[in-house]
Design a protein around this ligand. Structure first.
Ligand SMILES: [Zn+2]
Length: 440
């Protein structure tokens, strides 16, 4: 069978399994997708380890031993869970995995069951070779990436670190096209400093609102202030390379490179404007607002959760300073709780990046890799925390620009074309063979 046919079949099967992670421990059910992958790799040379930190939250680690103990090993880190999908806002069943006119439809088609499927196909191909490669190839199909990885890569990093070689890894989120000459290559991700605002009001009877300190109103105003706050733009060299690769008119390019005018020129990036904004700013996004419980009671307390993402070089104190500036005098009624803290992580250039550049260049000779950040979190951070090098990988047809690609992450009508699945599978096979086959 052609490798891309296997990738399509695995992707459809995993979409149909609907391993939906809503953040609760009993969701996900990744054991179903683990089963699909175990079947695909059964009867090969791959050694298998299964972990299940919570019932149903199964991760599987396949290791194909190389012949040279000294050669560097490579980890392919693919998650098997997906975020929820609301069928009312999709034009079709989000969990059909249907293949129509060369397109596979369903939740996970882009994030990231497509790449996890390609990883499985490449690993099986290597595990069936009569001649082993030099270094070990490890494919970790992990649970719970969509809710912080506490039952997946994060759990393995803390509890079973010996299962993975942490030196070099490839995971999700790259391979869209920028302008006519570049393909994104993810080398880092933003930091995350989530905060919960506890609002103190004074409760009372709703029939007498005069002079009341209604916590619901304070929470609403806090959320609006946080959302409207505009931290300064912080363009860096990677941003400059990204903008210059866009083939924009000179005035638009100049506007996007000047921190004073950057925001006013983001619209030149079309659908990718939101992504461009995220690449150049600390962002503060209120996501949860809770207040009140009874119609005739003025609420005395309220809660607002704020998702905060920081650029490389921005620490927790900078994130908190922006939050406090946004809240202004409302701070008097608010206590800020720290829900987590993770600074941005990134990896420098390496032999693995060279292998990716070679593979992408063989598919698209006129395009070069464009190292960039990703706005959200991925499992790459666990590799970087252990001192390893991790990148986001993928490869799509030139019909996939950054805007289209980013829109489908957690978006409606998520889909991927079979030709992009072929490109991803072939390029990954190329990377694995060139990186692991070389015994230097
Ligand atoms: Zn993902």
């Amino acid at each position: 069978m052609n490798p891309v046919d296997d990738t399509v079949d695995l992707l459809s099967a995993m979409i149909r399994n609907a391993c939906v992670n809503d953040g609760t421990p009993d969701s996900g059910g990744e054991q179903r997708n683990a089963g699909v992958l175990l079947d695909h790799l059964s009867g090969t040379r791959a050694e298998v380890e299964v972990v299940e930190p919570h019932p149903g939250r199964v991760s599987v680690v396949f290791r194909v031993p190389g012949h040279d103990r000294e050669a560097p090993a490579l980890t392919l880190l693919g998650h098997t869970d997906v975020v929820p999908a609301d069928p009312r806002t999709w034009s079709q069943d989000p969990f059909s995995g249907a293949v129509r006119d060369g397109v596979v439809w369903g939740r996970g088609a882009i994030d990231m069951l497509n790449l996890t499927s390609a990883m499985a196909v490449v690993t099986a191909t290597v595990a069936r070779r009569s001649e082993p490669l030099a270094g070990d190839l490890v494919f970790a199909a992990v649970a719970d990436e969509e809710a912080g990885s506490r039952f997946g890569a994060g759990w393995i990093a803390r509890n079973r670190p010996e299962l993975l070689p942490w030196d070099y890894a490839l995971t999700e989120s790259a391979g869209a096209h920028v302008g006519s000459g570049a393909v994104t290559f993810t080398v880092g991700e933003k930091g995350s400093f989530p905060r919960r605002l506890h609002v103190r009001g004074r409760s009372g009877h709703a029939s007498m609102p005069w002079g009341a300190r209604n916590a619901a109103l304070i929470a609403a105003e806090a959320a609006v202030r946080v959302a409207r706050h505009r931290p300064a733009a912080r363009p860096d060299e990677r941003w400059e390379a990204y903008v210059r690769a866009q083939d924009l008119p000179p005035a638009a390019t100049a506007g996007l490179l000047d921190p004073a005018t950057l925001d006013d020129h983001l619209h030149h990036l079309g659908e990718a404007a939101r992504f461009g904004h995220a690449l150049t700013h600390l962002t503060l996004t209120p996501t949860v607002v809770r207040a009140g419980g009874k119609l005739n009671v003025i609420p005395g307390t309220a809660v607002v959760d704020v998702d905060i993402r920081a650029l490389p070089g921005q620490d927790e104190s900078e994130a908190d300073a922006e939050l406090h500036a946004a809240l202004g005098e409302l701070k008097e009624f608010i206590t800020v709780e720290r829900l987590g803290a993770r600074t941005a992580s990134q990896s420098g250039a390496s032999r693995l990046q060279d292998a990716v550049a070679g593979a992408v260049g063989r598919c698209f000779p006129d395009r070069r890799l464009l190292p960039s950040l990703t706005a959200g979190g991925t499992d790459a951070r666990f590799v970087r925390e252990r001192g390893g090098t991790a990148y986001g990988f993928g490869l799509y047809t030139s019909a996939w620009d950054v805007g289209r690609y980013r829109r489908l992450f957690h978006g409606d009508d998520e889909h991927v074309d079979v030709e992009s699945l072929r490109l991803t599978t072939d390029a990954l096979q190329d990377v694995v063979e060139s990186f692991l086959g070389d015994t230097r």
